[in-house]
Design a protein around this ligand. Structure first.
Ligand code: ADP
Length: 484
């Protein structure tokens, strides 16, 4: 076994349908991106098993939605306790299949658990309304679970993207069929095992693992029983799923790509800005949708910022995430590395200058890339326009506030943006003018279970987390009570 767990029974390689572990003769390898070793051979299921999982979810939901909210809450709280009790094992499993450094995996597990805790509490607060009207009638609004939920999740946050969806769905009284990314199914399966140990009834949380995402996705979107699709992943796949969901007019939540700018103004605390830029850009080796993708720096401090920033980046320690000395792990696979490498070459050939990095790290393995800073980047380069999803920071100049805002908005994305400034008026002007769902002011660690996470433009639809997050799993029903 290539991952050492205190509780080895959390390393599970079968799917979970209707409360049963489902094996298959066809299997696919889950590989450690740092070492290339096979961590597990996982059951490769498809459309038929997805159909079974949908049927199981439909049946399980009938009883679940009728249970008192407090009972749902207590069971979810039990799942939260199970996750925390096994957090170190879950973190090790995540580093083994995803590659992120262990310190980040540990943080993700507590982050993932926090959604289950939060929505266990929110389960009891699904309030309705009574709308004042005429004397002979009362207008009542109640909220009801939307129905069976399909969840499709990515590999960059193998646990948190699951609990952020399954937590509110179960709290609202829904049942879920989850298709995790084929790169990282082990975190999902361990979460299902812990939900089962907590007594979450069978059929409510189904996990279908498989490599044929198109077939599984099609089954989920074509089903009339599935009333809601929640997806986190790339914008092209999100658009595809959105159009497939139109056939049955599903409720949808989409957390898609980003192209986050960090705006650093001349009046900023420069050291804080440098530290924030490093933390935001290089988290998860640059593979997060809220990662700083473009560093926009005001002319007068551009050179000083660049020098300090490049020095900090050059000091990052790259290697296997399970070694606690390392601060930056590998990319998910060699295809991801090739894309990052191509984007750097494109920028350099168009006139960008490498301030640090810029090379593959073949001595460590086929998935490692040096943490890189590109200076003199311009808006026509791929690194400005596309989501990089790797440890590469393009740094650009701006002249004044108006230009900074225009550059920040010069993208089809609108997920997260950050600004560093000490001018309170500017904080308001810029925060309101930039077209993003989330803005960090003098802060890059902006996510938690307490806040509404989500984007505008082609970055998505809906919000996850916070007291708004449960709305995506509820339908509003209006009841007109007459004859009074
Ligand atoms: P990433 O670039 O992060 O891998 P993707 O959008 O390709 O993002 O993948 C996110 C999730 O969507 C994964 O679980 C993947 O298997 C799934 N997926 C990819 N293509 C499809 C599709 N056509 N239908 C349904 N799910 C898909």
């Amino acid at each position: 076994m290539t991952v050492c767990l205190d509780d080895p029974s959390l390393l599970i390689a079968d799917s979970f349908i209707d409360g049963q572990w489902r094996s298959a003769t066809q299997r696919f390898a889950v590989c450690n991106p740092a070492t290339g070793e096979t961590v597990a051979e996982v059951a490769n299921l498809g459309a038929a098993e997805t159909r079974e999982a949908i049927a199981a979810a439909e049946q399980a939901m009938a009883g679940w939605r009728a249970r008192p909210a407090k009972e749902r809450s207590v069971l979810l709280r039990g799942w939260f306790d199970q996750i925390l009790a096994h957090q170190e094992d879950l973190a090790r499993l995540m580093t083994a299949e995803q590659g992120k450094v262990l310190a980040e995996s540990r943080l993700e597990i507590t982050y993932a658990a926090s959604f289950v805790e939060w929505f266990a509490e929110e389960a009891k607060r699904i309030y309705g309304d009574i709308i004042p009207g005429t004397a002979d009638r009362r207008s009542i609004v109640i909220k009801q679970p939307v129905g069976v939920v399909a969840a499709i999740t990515p590999w960059n946050f193998p646990s948190a993207m699951i609990t952020r969806k399954v937590g509110p769905a179960l709290a609202a009284g829904c049942a879920v069929v989850l298709k995790p990314a084929a790169e990282t199914p082990l975190s999902a399966l361990a979460l299902a095992e812990l939900a089962d140990r907590a007594g979450i009834p069978r059929g409510l949380f189904n996990v279908v693992t498989g490599t044929d995402a198109v077939a599984i996705g099609r089954e989920l979107t074509d089903s009339a029983v599935v009333r809601k699709l929640t997806f986190t992943g790339s914008t092209p796949v999100g658009k595809q799923l959105l159009s497939q969901s139109a056939e049955t007019v599903k409720k949808v939540s989409m957390e898609l790509g980003g192209n986050a700018p960090i705006l650093v103004f001349a009046d900023a605390d420069l050291d804080a800005a440098v530290q924030g830029a490093v933390a935001s850009k290089y988290r998860n080796a640059g593979q997060t949708c809220v990662c700083a993708n473009r560093l926009l720096v005001q002319d007068s401090i551009y050179d000083t910022f660049l020098e300090k920033f490049a020095a900090r980046v050059a000091a990052l320690q790259v290697g296997d995430g399970s070694d606690e000395n390392n601060t930056l792990g590998p990319l998910i696979d060699s295809r991801a590395r090739a894309k990052v490498s191509d984007m750097v070459e494109d920028a350099v050939s168009a006139g960008a200058r490498i301030a640090t990095g810029g090379e593959t790290l073949d001595c460590l393995g086929p998935n490692f890339y040096q943490p890189t800073v590109l200076a003199d980047v311009t808006a026509d380069m791929r690194v400005f326009r596309e989501e990089i999803f790797g440890p590469v920071a393009p740094v650009l100049r701006f002249h004044d506030e108006a230009e900074a805002i225009a550059m920040a908005n010069d993208t089809e994305y609108g997920l997260a943006a950050y600004l560093y400034t000490s001018d309170i008026g500017r904080v308001w002007r810029v925060s309101e003018a930039i077209e993003y769902g989330m803005v960090g002011v003098n802060e890059v660690a902006i996510t938690s279970e307490l806040i509404p996470f989500g984007g505008v433009k082609e970055s998505g639809l809906g919000r996850e987390g916070s007291h708004y997050g449960i709305d995506d799993y509820l339908d509003i029903k209006y009841i007109c009570m007459g004859g009074i």
